[in-house]
Write a protein that binds this ligand. Structure first.
Ligand SMILES: Cc1ncc(COP(=O)(O)O)c(C=O)c1O
Length: 419
């Protein structure tokens, strides 16, 4: 722990702050634990790259044998460009346009279709091809309402009761349904949700309905403990229940299928942290505000989902504890990483580490207030590497200016597609 804190201090000194740090060895460990927890001979781990698209993270997972769950053309082309095999990528888009569908089909990557309307459009244009279908499992779970993706209040998936309509389309156009998919939510809290969702999908995954199945994909959602009071899930126990259920299913189905999952958080949330520097301590009557050099556009989970992230003062770990509001530098009162948090005394210029920031942190980031995103550094085998540099403000401005068209110069407009 001491050595690690020293490593973080070195990183902050060398690369400045704010900087994300990813522990690639931790990612490898999580991957192995996941494999061990689900001992099925044909286990497919399709990393949900929306959680973190950093190339060192992606390459680490690719080298371990992971596939990719891609959700946009950007995800798709990025994954292909880093060497993921197209046959190990699944494309799950929501409310996609026709052009997006064509683009995916053009790459040869399997499309996971999540509405009857899209299925019909796809079938007319690409009859006699292979597809995967996303169903709504009708199981409601997730660590925040905004990331529950099953049940009546979600926009995802085809309803289970519409399986007859699905069959009418797939039969008419000769589509081969090779996979069925569901994703219940992110950060599943109830221990039985995954089993319940599996049973729902298995209830329609009959030979009669879908004779060509090669896999069932039960999405992601494997929760990690963020807060100090959260009890870690027993994945060994869950995994053996899952494998037992799947094994029974495949004997009924009559063929050994691939068991697929799309973990995001489980693989990388705990492998990441954001280093920020404290620049202002302000005493506002009964609050002590600790101002840092980052903000919610660079780590939005607390503001977006009321998410808890542990914070450590790596500059003064043995200091006396006081209560702080840990804030960013953005023009919003909600720009808080933590409220009323007890931490060892924080002084100006201290470095804080915001923990468990590997998933949905950098990847959800933006440049609001025109502050460039943090640098990204990786640590592997005790060695430190800069994985992605931080843009300077000038580089960010130059980038935006290069893409901007001056409306007062019609000659430039004439040369553009829309001119
Ligand atoms: C379709 C799908 N698969 C997998 C995931 C990954 O979820 P998690 O990071 O909670 O494992 C998500 C994220 O919500 C998703 O939408």
């Amino acid at each position: 722990m001491e050595i690690y804190a020293q490593t973080l201090k070195t990183i902050a000194q060398k690369f400045g702050t704010p900087t994300y740090v990813y522990d690639l060895d931790r990612i490898k460990k999580q991957y192995r634990l996941f494999q061990e927890a689900f001992p099925w001979p044909k286990l497919g781990i399709f990393y949900a790259m929306k959680a973190n698209y950093n190339h060192s993270v992606l390459t680490t997972l690719k080298n371990l044998g992971a596939g990719i769950d891609a959700v946009s053309p950007g995800d798709l082309h990025m994954a292909i460009s880093w060497g993921f095999e197209k046959s190990r990528i699944i494309y799950t888009a929501n409310n996609m346009k026709d052009t997006e569908m064509d683009e995916v089909v053009g790459t040869g990557v399997l499309l996971n279709i999540d509405s009857l309307s899209r299925l019909e459009k796809y079938a007319k244009k690409y009859p006699n091809t292979r597809i995967c279908l996303r169903f709504n499992p009708d199981v409601v779970d997730g660590e925040h309402d905004k990331i529950k993706t099953g049940g009546d209040l979600t926009k995802f998936g085809i309803l289970l009761e519409d399986v007859g309509k699905v069959k009418a389309i797939t039969n008419k156009y000769g589509l081969k349904v090779v996979g069925l998919h569901e994703h219940t939510g992110s950060g599943l809290i109830k221990p039985d949700s995954i089993l319940n969702a599996m049973e729902q999908i298995m209830s329609i995954a009959t030979r009669e309905n879908f004779p060509d199945l090669a896999f069932l994909d039960f999405g992601g959602g494997f929760k990690v403990a963020y807060g100090p009071d959260e009890v870690p899930v027993n994945y060994k126990k869950m995994g053996s229940q899952v494998v037992e259920l799947f094994s029974k299913f495949t004997s009924t189905y009559g063929r050994q299928l691939e068991l697929r999952f799309e973990p995001g958080k489980y693989l990388i949330a705990q492998a990441g942290q954001l280093l920020v520097e404290v620049n202002t301590i302000k005493h506002n009557r009964n609050r002590t505000i600790c101002g840092t050099d980052s903000g919610f556009p660079q780590l939005i989970r607390p503001m977006f989902y009321d998410a808890y992230h542990a914070i450590e003062n790596i500059s003064n770990p043995a200091g006396e504890n006081f209560i702080y509001d840990i804030c960013g530098n953005i023009c919003e009162t909600g720009d808080l990483f933590a409220k009323d948090r007890s931490l060892p005394e924080i002084r100006e210029n201290d470095i804080l580490s915001i923990q468990d920031a590997g998933a949905y942190c950098y990847a959800m980031g933006g440049i609001y207030n025109l502050r460039p995103m943090p640098a990204e550094v990786v640590v592997e085998n005790k060695k430190i590497f800069l994985s992605r540099k931080r843009l300077t403000s000038q580089q960010l401005i130059d980038l935006i200016r290069r893409e901007s068209i001056d409306i007062n110069r019609p000659t430039i407009l004439k040369n553009t597609k829309t001119g």
